[in-house]
Design a protein around this ligand. Structure first.
Ligand code: C6P
Length: 419
């Protein structure tokens, strides 16, 4: 879905009570270095609302126990809450069934699972995997490792100066040797919203499956895996206002069923004998060992939270905030935005003439403004723009124009310090 179509859809929906939303996030009420906290590092991890924190507290106080194992009351309660969270995730991304919602420790684990299970069992010497120049390392390195293991080759779709994929190059890379396309839905370093529908259609015309890295998309816009028709979709709970240590791999059922388990251990088996082991059904086949039970239940609460606000409302609110931030930041002398795609989400990567991003980040912190600086685990993006790093402000549903004004004021202070 494009930003414009999201906006159009969103204008038909209801209200956005920013004061009430901010009130739900206790961490935002504090001062940092004597200044009110302005949290603009949501791309790295998002803050947690009271509703999520309470669910975690309740789990540990009242029914902490292992799942799928015990017949005692606490274990049954934990299993029920854990599976209820899976159902919430299924509905949230509109998966066909809960069997297609594999619970992992994060986007990174989800992509590695596909690489080591699907990839390792199907790819061979000379096969090709297509990724893009704007991928996070999590969607590069697992494929490089797979290439080393199988003899397959990695092909990379380049980006233009605005940070958009060059679609003609993508089309020309698709061929009879392509076995998988793995693309980021929204770039963490540039904010680009990729034309994933077109990417998927072009790959499917040749029978090639597509994996989407949705780590930066799921917290900011509605995602419907059936409408997208993607073959795999990966995301993390902690960027979606849930706890760290949780993630999701959605997959088409036929693909998941054809894939061998990746990790072995408890819960993923049906029977174990020394001469033969049989595996559990989906989704458990891919869920070896005790998971982050509280984390998954908390992610379910986070989904309840964003669903009550409405993903359309969130997308609309954030795109207006991005437009405001883009306008005033573009006007700052000596500041250059890196990533100016026509279709963009709330990520503002920038560099300042003769000032290292780490210095920007340090001075901003003194003003209570939290941003990320560095390569953002997307070193090829930095190489593309011939820069060592950027400073990055990344928005979330609780940020305001006031936050942006504080950011700009602090940036102006950076300029004064280095004048
Ligand atoms: N990006 C950022 O500051 P994990 O660590 O598994 O939850 O997510 C990895 C990941 C994968 N893909 C994209 C597009 C991402 O943005 C991230 C995480 C954070 O940009 C931390 S490096």
């Amino acid at each position: 879905m494009t930003a414009k179509s999201l906006m159009k859809q969103a204008t038909q929906t209801v209200t956005y009570d920013i004061e009430k939303i901010r009130d739900d996030f206790p961490i935002l009420k504090q001062q940092v270095n004597g200044k009110p906290l302005v949290y603009l590092d949501n791309g790295a991890t998002a803050q947690k609302p009271q509703q999520v924190i309470e669910v975690l507290d309740q789990y540990y106080r009242e029914y902490n126990s292992n799942i799928h194992r015990g017949v005692h009351t606490l274990s049954e309660k934990a299993t029920g809450a854990y599976e209820a969270a899976r159902l919430k995730i299924k509905n949230f991304i509109n998966a066909e069934s809960i069997q297609q919602v594999i619970l992992t420790s994060g986007t990174t684990a989800s992509i590695n699972l596909v690489a080591q299970s699907y990839g390792r069992s199907t790819l061979k010497q000379g096969d090709e995997i297509i990724i893009t120049e704007m991928e996070h390392h999590s969607n590069i390195v697992p494929w490089q490792m797979l290439c080393e293991q199988t003899g397959a080759k990695l092909k990379v779709v380049p980006i233009n100066d605005k940070g958009e994929l060059i679609m003609e190059e993508y089309e020309s890379l698709l061929n009879d040797r392509t076995r998988l396309v793995a693309v980021v839905h929204i770039s963490n370093a540039l904010g680009t919203i990729n034309p994933v529908e077109d990417i998927i259609k072009l790959a499917h015309n040749r029978g090639i499956p597509v994996l989407l890295d949705g780590a930066q998309a799921v917290p900011h816009c509605p995602v419907d895996v059936q409408a997208l028709d993607c073959d795999f979709y990966c995301f993390s709970g902690h960027k979606l206002f849930g706890p760290t240590g949780t993630g999701v791999l959605y997959g088409k059922k036929a693909l998941l069923e054809s894939m061998p388990p990746w990790q072995g251990g408890g819960d993923m088996i049906r029977t174990v004998r020394f001469d033969e082991t049989t595996y559990n059904d989906l989704p458990y086949k891919f869920e070896a060992g005790t998971p982050d039970i509280a984390g998954v239940i908390g992610t379910g609460a986070a989904i309840d939270y964003v669903s009550a606000i409405g993903m359309d409302n969130i997308a609309h609110y954030e795109s207006e905030l991005l437009a405001y931030a883009t306008e005033i930041m573009s006007a700052i002398d000596g500041l250059t935005l890196v990533g100016t795609a026509d279709n963009k989400a709330g990520i503002l990567s920038f560099v300042m003439k003769d000032i290292h991003p780490h210095d920007i980040g340090t001075i901003l912190d003194q003003h209570g403004v939290a941003i990320r600086t560095g390569h953002h685990c997307a070193m090829p993006v930095m190489e593309r723009y011939e820069i060592p790093a950027t400073a990055r402000a990344s928005l979330a549903l609780y940020n305001t124009r006031d936050d942006i004004d504080h950011l700009v004021e602090a940036i102006n202070n950076v300029r004064k310090v280095f004048a």
